[in-house]
Design a protein around this ligand. Structure first.
Ligand code: ZN
Length: 669
């Protein structure tokens, strides 16, 4: 489907811009994108609003390409070389862990290898996948599962995960043996559910099983697959009922009780549960539930980053509580499904907010180390037995190889690659930009190959240039998400006039495309403030949240622990300057209090030195604002009286920080 560069050059030379008829109309509803709500596809499932493109057809460009390269050159591309739980996994014929860790790693490294088109990484992945498929038993179970797995109760979570990995691999490669293995295993799973209903992790993550089941159903049309989908739905935990209870509104107390239903990773995963099951049941209440679920999480556990706390169960709005990295990447993946199924633009806003803030902040800039828990107000990361987590341990906010527990070490890899793979989706005969980052995508419509390229430094800039390139004339819609915050957003198609766009919607440009046509978007980013925990204030602009810039020192720790050889060591991080500032802000006119300055986007885009934009504000030190428990700084409530001198403060994007204050006490001029 790719045009040769020669051909592209030829027809680029012959374009008459502005010649094609232009019809642009605002989309109030996804129906207009060509996928009527509730329409059944051939498999018997309701059609999603937008269909993700096959893995490998969306390619990261610009800063996103650099970010993914950093990831592949960091822990993600090398974890199997020294970490036994992946390299020596029972999934790969070794003697180490044989549960979720190797499938978790593959779940991120498969899309990483294909979005980057990294042949060496693809070859590595192929060896591991081939091993899993070659060692599947005749009864359909994968090798790490005990010989009596078909007769005895066995928690099915890792099986649901492994199949999710294998269908991604099948989508990228078309390897028929892999789909065959998935089909045999799903059959064994259906039999197993008939004997023993889901329990423990499998019960709380039942909807993850729908992903491989739907994929297999759309590929083969076999009717028993939807019986399996119905069984998973029936036997799985009912989050819709749980979110009606008082219990969900209550933060887990310090040293509180660990529970599956309030577990933060389960919560991030479950955001998509009922959008997925709606495709099976067509029950409106299920389709509507994810938005309701996010509303409840925001109200009782929400953070400025668009995430919710959980260290490791939901833990309220206090910005010193943590959020586990697994929950961040799972929430992103859920949002990618939510946009696809519902076509609701707000899920795209949320996806970008998490991707550009919570995701990068919790990694060291070189992506060799990560945290288990990140805090929105995180002024130091040290080993501290007197911490305030609900059920996590003293090392949870270190940057390291496996701080607290190794699940994130295995599961963190899916964040960036799946985000890149889901930036563009099919909208009927056309294409939709559901989230924005520099990228390109190719698809075919009415037999004509089309390439769309997004050239931008967004989210560090307000302008986005999309080029639609077709060899032959083709009529199809280009569907553009307009973020809710983008008041005054405009689009200009080719040499046409500038049109105003409606924030919080999808805008459809339906026209005949020929040659290379430029579509220029402008999303004005106005500074906004919001009131948070204890009436503290947070600053945001566009999709980025801003935090106090702090100098920092990194100290290596745990050097004697296994597998901590550099570059994958453990580190404490401490501030080298005071952090205890309140902000002086005119909340009615924040643009008079905070000014922004664009900088070149760095080679390492999410690092203190690479920040593509910084901000200046004024504040005063707040007397008495101190570390509690030797580690965290609870925001004092209300407006703080301070006689300290007014100082100029530098803020920078949350995602570029390693330590930070984000929810500030308010103080006066
Ligand atoms: Zn984790």
């Amino acid at each position: 489907m790719t045009m040769s560069s020669m051909k592209r050059r030829q027809f680029l030379a012959g374009i008459a811009t502005g010649a094609a008829a232009l019809a642009a109309s605002p989309l109030t509803h996804v129906q207009a994108a060509g996928s009527p709500r509730g329409r059944q596809s051939a498999s018997g499932l309701a059609e999603p609003a937008f269909r993700p493109l096959p893995l490998g057809t969306v390619t990261p460009e610009g800063w996103l390409q650099r970010q993914l390269r950093l990831q592949a050159d960091g822990l993600s591309g090398h974890l199997d070389e020294f970490w036994p739980d992946v390299g020596q996994s029972q999934w790969f014929g070794g003697k180490a862990e044989g549960w979720e860790r190797a499938p978790y790693w593959l779940d991120g490294v498969v899309p990483l290898a294909w979005v980057l088109n990294d042949k060496a990484l693809q070859a590595k992945v192929k060896r591991y996948v081939d091993h899993i498929v070659a060692h599947q038993r005749p009864d359909g179970w994968y090798a790490p599962y005990p010989l009596d797995a078909s007769a005895k109760p066995y928690d099915l979570w890792a099986i649901l995960l492994a199949n999710k990995v294998l269908v991604q691999y099948h989508e990228a490669t078309g390897d028929a043996a892999v789909l065959g293995a998935v089909m045999r295993n799903l059959k064994a799973t259906l039999d197993a559910l008939g004997r023993t209903p889901l329990f423990n992790w499998g019960k709380f993550r039942w909807f993850e099983g729908l992903i491989p089941v739907y994929y297999a159903s759309e590929k083969t049309g076999e009717a028993w697959l939807l019986d399996l989908a119905r069984k998973l739905h029936e036997q799985g935990f009912n989050y819709m009922s749980f979110y009606e209870t008082e219990d969900i509104t209550t933060p887990t107390p310090r040293r509180g009780l660990w529970r599956y239903d309030k577990h933060v990773v389960n919560t991030g995963m479950a955001l998509k549960a009922y959008a997925l099951s709606w495709r099976l049941t067509c029950r409106d209440a299920e389709r509507a539930f994810p938005a309701r679920m996010l509303e409840i999480l925001d109200r009782y556990h929400g953070q400025a980053t668009g995430m919710f706390t959980g260290d490791e169960c939901l833990s309220g709005k206090n910005p010193v509580q943590g959020t586990e990295l697994c929950a961040v990447v799972e929430a992103m993946y859920s949002l990618e499904h939510l946009i696809s199924v519902t076509g609701d633009a707000s899920f795209g806003d949320r996806l970008e907010r998490i991707a550009f803030n919570a995701l990068p902040a919790t990694f060291a800039p070189d992506m060799w180390s990560h945290q288990y828990d990140q805090q929105v107000n995180q002024v130091q990361c040290t080993i501290n037995p007197d911490h305030m987590w609900s059920t996590n341990g003293p090392e949870s906010n270190l940057y390291g190889l496996e701080p607290n527990y190794g699940c994130c070490t295995a599961n963190m890899h899916q964040g960036w690659p799946k985000f890149a793979a889901h930036l563009w989706m099919r909208a009927g005969e056309g294409i939709a930009a559901v989230a924005y980052a520099p990228s390109s995508a190719k698809f075919e419509t009415h037999g004509t190959p089309v390439r769309v390229t997004l050239d931008t430094d967004y989210p560090f800039r307000e302008t986005l240039k999309i080029t639609v390139t077709t060899e032959k004339t083709a009529r199809f819609p280009l569907v553009l998400r307009v973020p809710e915050w983008a008041e005054g957003a405009t689009v200009r198609v080719a040499e046409g006039s500038e049109k105003r766009l409606k924030p919080g919607s999808f805008h459809e440009v339906e026209r005949e495309w020929k040659g290379a046509v430029e579509v220029n978007l402008h999303f004005p980013m106005k500074v906004k403030t919001s009131r948070r925990y204890n009436d503290a204030v947070a600053v945001e602009r566009g999709p980025l949240v801003y935090s106090l810039k702090l100098g920092e020192t990194w100290t290596r720790v745990n050097a004697d622990k296994p597998h901590r050889e550099l570059p994958h060591g453990d580190f404490e991080v401490r501030p080298t300057m005071p952090w205890d500032y309140g902000l002086i802000l005119d909340e009615a006119k924040p643009e008079t209090s905070v000014t922004f300055e664009e900088r070149p986007v760095g080679e390492v885009p999410f690092s203190p030195d690479g920040a593509g934009v910084i901000a200046q504000a004024k504040g005063r030190k707040i007397p008495g604002w101190k570390l509690a428990h030797g580690w965290a700084a609870e925001v004092p409530p209300g407006v703080q009286d301070s006689k300290e001198p007014v100082e100029d403060l530098t803020l920078m994007p949350y995602g570029c920080t390693n330590i930070r204050v984000t929810e500030f006490p308010r103080t006066t001029e």
